[in-house]
Design a protein around this ligand. Structure first.
Ligand code: 17E
Ligand code: FE2
Length: 413
């Protein structure tokens, strides 16, 4: 495969990119001649693929079954999902089919690496088995990482610890958690001890739903960061959502940032999801329920944006498009200064790669696997403004998706 005359994100000028045996072979400045057999990129932007750091593929496409979430709260989402998993037949082919529908949408929108939470308090373990099968079937085509996610809590579920161990024994990649949903603070803290012990035992990564609520007293993040720091596991740890940080007072947050920085943990935020689910207990003025994406980034910490849901009990819409999530995030977080816009794609690309610890297979460099997307735009600002289509997505040198951008004809202006 030979792409000629493209821009490469982060580099000046125009380039020719040749791939061979699934790898980037030669990346050279373009000279205006389109070599025989090459695809003319027409000065479009070539960059590493988008990364989805946080989604629940076991729940996608279930919105409305057995009923819609009427209050729009996280907690009605959790109870509706509980109804789904205890009343609907959970069959491996059906779970895989729903997940594949979501993955096709994501592939169309340039995603090649996906970290999905899988509810392991779904005690038939059909979801766990289905997603493990899918991870293995798709290996090399699109990469999936699985998080053992205890939706109902680890200590607040009978046999919860055993369910987590069972998932890790089956080969899950990451240990998950939900300390803010445990019955009491002590359980929340104990769950974090258990999570890190499990991660060490299985040499696994950690990805915890942490403080996904507006309660400014929800302060498991400081515990998560401290435990990661104690074990030097920060770079392999993600604190997801951390919505409560949007409600913490500044005096506390300043102190908190010291531990966060020292711990070297990563962050995930899902701005479309959180702006929808949070703020529900408010009168006016209403808080946004989104973590401090801007301040964390400015302090030098890594924040990746994700979708969380596609048409599930928590969030009724979504089409697998991270540009839409990014657009929401930069609005809510006042990240639309010129400098911010010029690097905004970091949030859905390299920052996600850091969360997933996949930097060895990520990047436009000779010798690395040929994983890239070609966007119908010229730079970050352009792409986010025009919501550019992903015209080509290539994984390990193979075409994963192609799209012809829509053209409009306008009359009489
Ligand atoms: N479960 C949860 O606890 N929080 C969420 N945002 C979703 C599932 C989607
Ligand atoms: Fe989530």
């Amino acid at each position: 495969m030979y792409i000629a005359n493209c821009r490469i994100r982060g580099r000046e000028g125009l380039w020719n990119v040749a791939c061979e045996n699934g790898k980037f072979d030669r990346i050279r400045p373009a000279d205006g001649i389109i070599p025989e057999g090459a695809t003319d990129a027409k000065e479009r932007l070539l960059m590493p693929p988008f990364v989805e750091p946080h989604i629940h593929l076991d729940c996608v496409m279930t919105a409305g079954i057995p009923h819609y979430n009427m209050s729009g709260t996280l907690f009605e989402g959790i109870s509706t999902w509980h109804e789904y998993k205890t009343t609907q037949p959970l069959l491996i082919p059906e779970i895989k089919d729903r997940a594949r529908q979501a993955l096709r949408l994501m592939a169309e929108h340039g995603v090649q690496f996906v970290r999905t939470h899988v509810d392991v308090t779904e005690t038939s373990f059909q979801s766990a088995k289905a997603l493990l099968e899918l991870r293995d079937e798709l290996k090399g085509i699109l990469e999936l990482q699985l998080v053992a996610f205890p939706q109902n809590g680890i200590l607040s579920t009978v046999g919860g610890k055993d369910l987590m161990i069972r998932a890790m024994d089956m080969g899950f990649d990451c240990v998950g958690g939900i300390p803010h949903f445990e019955f009491c603070r002590e359980y929340g803290v104990e769950s974090l001890d258990f999570i890190f012990a499990l991660a060490e035992k299985y040499d696994a990564m950690v990805d915890v739903h942490c403080d996904e609520m507006d309660d400014e007293q929800s302060r498991y993040l400081e515990v998560l960061a401290t435990k990661a720091w104690e074990r030097s596991l920060g770079p392999r740890t993600v604190a997801a959502h951390t919505c409560a940080m949007g409600s913490y007072n500044n005096a506390y947050t300043t102190k908190l940032f010291r531990a966060l920085l020292e711990s070297k943990i990563n962050f995930n935020s899902c701005p479309t999801e959180s702006v929808h689910l949070q703020g529900r207990a408010e009168n006016y003025p209403k808080r946004r329920g989104v973590t401090r994406i801007r301040e964390l980034t400015e302090a030098g910490m890594n924040v990746a944006l994700g979708q969380d849901s596609i048409a599930d009990p928590w969030y009724p819409i979504g089409v697998g498009d991270l540009l839409r999530v990014l657009e929401m995030g930069i609005h809510i977080e006042h990240l639309m200064g010129y400098k911010d816009l010029s690097k905004c794609l970091d949030f859905i690309s390299q920052n996600g790669a850091k969360n997933l610890c996949i930097e060895d297979v990520y990047g436009i460099e000779e010798g690395k696997p040929a994983n890239f997307i070609l966007l119908d735009g010229k730079d970050d600002y352009d792409v986010v403004r025009f919501h550019s289509a992903v015209v080509l997505s290539v994984h390990n040198g193979e075409i994963l998706s192609q799209k012809t951008p829509a053209t409009a004809v306008v009359h009489n202006i």
